[in-house]
Design a protein around this ligand. Structure first.
Ligand SMILES: [Zn+2]
Length: 84
């Protein structure tokens, strides 16, 4: 296979620009309460991990707030550390 015969999978500069959905906490001006276990669980994976920003869709500032709330919720025992 020569270099000329190989087709590039994507044309340079042809990648799709994806619009990032706005952060939930920025638009609603709400604060995540760590005592609200059901709401905190929305920002966790099914394995009990903190969802990364690409899943939670939150900005850096609010992602830190989520992480802190989940860690606090784990300490008071409303959400699990790990799910097997
Ligand atoms: Zn935000």
């Amino acid at each position: 296979m020569t270099r000329e015969a190989r087709k590039p999978k994507t044309k340079p500069g042809a990648f799709k620009k994806r619009k990032r959905k706005p952060c939930l906490f920025c638009i609603e001006q709400t604060i995540l309460d760590y005592k609200d276990a059901a709401f905190v669980k929305r920002f966790m994976t099914d394995r009990g991990k903190i969802a990364p920003r690409r899943l939670s869709g939150c900005c850096a500032e609010h992602q830190r707030m989520i992480a802190k709330a989940i860690k606090r919720a784990r300490q008071i025992g409303t959400v699990p550390y790990v799910v097997d």
